[in-house]
Ligand binder design. Sequence first.
Ligand code: TMP
Ligand code: ASP
Length: 238
Amino acid sequence: MLEKVKELYAGKAKSIFTTSDPTKMVMVFRDDTSAFDGEKMEQLARKGMVNNKFNAFVMEKLEQAGVPTHFVSLQGECESLVKNLQMLPVECVVRNHAAGSLVKRLGIEEGKELSPPTFELFLKNDALHDPMINRSHCVSFGWATLEQLDEMERLTYQVNDVLSELFSNAGMLLVDYKLEFGVFQGSIILGDEFSPDGCRIWDKETRNKMDKDRFRQGLGSVIETYEEVGRRLGISFD
Ligand code: TMP
Ligand code: ASP
């Protein structure tokens, strides 16, 4: 176990602390819940703990499947030890069904199956509301190289293969999700988190929303539903 030394960065829902080992950081999952790039903010009891354990479970599944991740170990209820990545300011989104901004932007019917799944890039910038960008923007503005983008796209689709099956076997549809990557000792590694905050999950039968859309759309039972997703996957929150 590595103790937290100094808070380096506080995002909308997580904080990052340095440790005595410069290659490792502690990621703290807070109860703060944000939507619409910080416009809607609330504290939801137990969220930090639930997302920390959810993320650890998913990251371990991904590592087992050969996706390199920054996750090292759980350190406590709301804390995980992670590798110290140089994060790239680019969000990678894969969609298996139409929802969210795709529906608004292109007028596609919500729920339409996308075959093959789409892959999109967004700039991580709340002030600009995370605008959609392309590979050319990434290279011209130095956000990522073509080689890094190729690797991020390959890994994002590999994550889709692993997690679509995992959710499907537990009676859920992985509708879409966002991943963030960073560089560690020269290689592209999956960073940030995978939790119901950064993806869309629907019940396979009823198509009930089981992710942060419950918070965005004021549907209620946000954390209870995150726990239900976790329970179906076999995660214990006790
Ligand atoms: P979108 O439909 O709003 O573009 O989002 C697609 C998916 O990516 C959805 O599961 C939410 C997730 N996402 C985030 O978690 N954070 C973000 O900043 C963005 C742009 C998307
Ligand atoms: N993750 C972003 C935010 O927290 C966007 C969203 O989830 O709506 O504001």
